[in-house]
Design a protein around this ligand. Structure first.
Ligand code: FAD
Ligand code: NAD
Length: 466
């Protein structure tokens, strides 16, 4: 069989790229080594983690917040098996949706591991054997896997990654999480809300170290109230695993101070690495960079003409929407168009409560680049909508150029900011100023009014409600 485009990997990068190529009239095949389509995002990432975040939030609210709203409940109990079953049903429905989209767009789906025989010949191997298909162009979208250094003794039983954590069907008494990044804080929130005692060990001196410092500070305050215990500037020196528990050895950075924590689970969440195993990249000379990512140019083309790579397996943020944009970009480039992605405007979101969302430059980045800026902040506690729902933690911060007033970065911690951030993304796409943002009429009462107020604060301390 011969195709215009063969996509290897069916995550949000691969399947979206395949759909766009098919929409543009190309004959497309997609190869996926697992039995379900959708990759990390649908099977063990974005969707299942958000399903558990939602379920655990309902429980937490019922136990901690309903009474203040005047809702009395009798005993509220967790049925963890049902929580996991619902999560699995959500995954199932979502993956089946991708099967439908492949059929609708007449994309041939091959189950098996794809590997290069030549640059235009791809082998597919599965339990039934091996076949080969021909490809004019290839898009590699094989994603990433968790980083699990040997000293953690990752065994998928007591020392786990997010993949296993999403299937724990009994509330653990104690969990140590290595890494105060996105996965650590999202899954830490799930278990802390369900009653697990959660310790987060973070190597850096703050959580979410790649985001604006104010975001990490604000979120940490909220997560401490939830009961999460943080060891910042600490590192894990080893993990010993038994049948029913594990012991995590922790050391304070630049100090002799050491201690052990016994827990039901040690969740390793220290980042993910690009996944290229089994692709046989060497046989056709595809180059990788120093971090093991497939090296690509501005068009996401590898050093071998006609072979492209997208998503987590290449440089840039490991985010589903970034992978999707890259899938679309490559399909359009192959069709002869000249699309563009502004990587500065890929938003980042952490689905804790309060949520964290950001786009553009952080205050630290502006400082180190020597860009003159002004900053306006507005706290959610001053917002009527936030008081009505009792979600008063967090703030919105707008950073604008000191001279031109162009919005350079927007950082938020607060209720539903995962959705609110889109206003900032859209305005920055059109290179709006903080004054533009402040003059737009925002519906009252909504959480979005905090954005208007922060923009007013940035344009000369003009916030109205503080
Ligand atoms: P992947 O989704 O990893 O898909 C790659 C696919 O390729 C896999 O299905 C794999 O089996 C397949 N494959 C690999 N090698 C081969 C081969 N040789 N042959 C055939 N198939 C192969 N991002 C967000 O934007 N928002 C979130 O809320 C979010 N939450 C997350 C939560 C968790 C717990 C995790 C782990 C990640 C989360 N992410 C989130 C990140 C997101 O999942 C990834 O950025 C995204 O899935 C990357 O997409 P991709 O298409 O590059 O690769
Ligand atoms: P991360 O990069 O977000 O966080 C890893 C954290 O671990 C960092 O804070 C880092 O300083 C710390 N760390 C690294 N080595 C350490 C060590 N030895 N000891 C203690 N701390 C250590 O990585 P992650 O949380 O594993 O997530 C992986 C990827 O998945 C991220 O790039 C993220 O983009 C993506 N993801 C996104 C979402 C989302 O968009 N909401 C959710 C989950 C995952």
């Amino acid at each position: 069989m011969k195709y215009d485009v063969v996509v290897i990997g069916s995550g949000p990068g691969g399947y979206v790229g395949a759909i766009r190529a098919a929409q543009l009239g190309m004959k497309v095949a997609i190869i996926e080594k697992y039995n379900t389509l959708g990759g990390t995002c649908l099977n063990v990432g974005c969707i299942p983690s958000k399903a558990l975040l939602d379920s655990s939030e309902h429980y937490h609210n019922a136990v901690e917040r309903f009474a203040e709203h005047g809702i009395e409940t009798s005993e509220v109990k967790i049925n963890m098996k049902q929580m996991i079953k619902r999560k699995n049903e959500v995954i199932d429905q979502t993956c089946k949706g991708i099967d439908f989209l492949m059929k609708k767009n007449k994309i041939d789906v091959y189950q098996g591991t794809g590997s290069f025989v030549t640059k235009n010949l791809i082998a597919i191997e599965n339990v039934d054997g091996r076949k080969e298909i021909e490809a004019e162009k290839v898009i590699i979208a094989t994603g990433s896997k968790p980083i699990t250094p040997e000293m953690f003794n990752y065994n998928k039983v007591r020392v786990i990654t997010s993949t296993e954590a999403l299937n724990i069907d009994k509330v653990p008494a104690k969990m140590v999480i290595v890494g105060g990044g996105v996965i650590g804080l999202e899954l830490g929130s799930v278990f802390a809300r369900l009653g697990t005692s959660v310790d987060v060990v973070e190597y850096m001196d703050r959580i979410l170290p790649t985001m604006d410092t104010d975001c990490g500070k604000e979120l940490m305050r909220s997560l401490k109230k939830l009961g999460i215990n943080f060891y910042l500037s600490h590192s894990v020196t080893g993990v010993k695993s038994g049948k029913t528990s594990c012991t995590v050895s922790v050391q304070k950075r630049d100090s002799e101070e050491k201690f052990d924590i016994k827990a039901d689970y040690c969740l390793v969440a220290i980042g993910r690495k690009p996944y290229t195993d089994g692709l046989n990249l060497e046989s056709i000379g595809i180059q990788k960079d120093e971090k093991g990512r497939i090296a690509v140019n501005d068009h996401l083309e590898t050093n071998v003409p006609g072979i492209y790579a997208i998503g987590d397996v290449v440089q840039g943020a490991m985010l589903a929407h970034k992978a999707e944009e890259e899938g679309i970009l490559v399909a359009e480039i192959i069709s002869g168009a000249k699309p563009h992605i502004d990587y500065n405007l890929i938003p980042g979101v952490v689905y804790t409560w309060p949520e964290v969302a950001a786009v553009g430059k952080t205050e630290e980045e502006l400082k180190s680049a020597g860009i003159p800026y002004k900053s306006g902040k507005f706290p959610f506690k001053a917002l009527g909508r936030a008081r009505a729902s009792m979600d008063t933690e967090g703030m919105v911060k707008v950073l604008a150029h000191k001279d031109t007033d162009e919005i350079l970065g927007v950082h938020m911690v607060g209720p539903r900011v995962a959705d609110v951030i889109m206003e900032a993304v859209a305005l920055m796409e059109f290179r709006a100023s903080a004054e533009d943002m402040s003059r737009i009429s925002h519906p009252h009462p909504t959480y979005t009014e905090a954005v208007k107020e922060a923009a007013l604060a940035a344009t000369g301390n003009r916030a109205l409600h503080v």
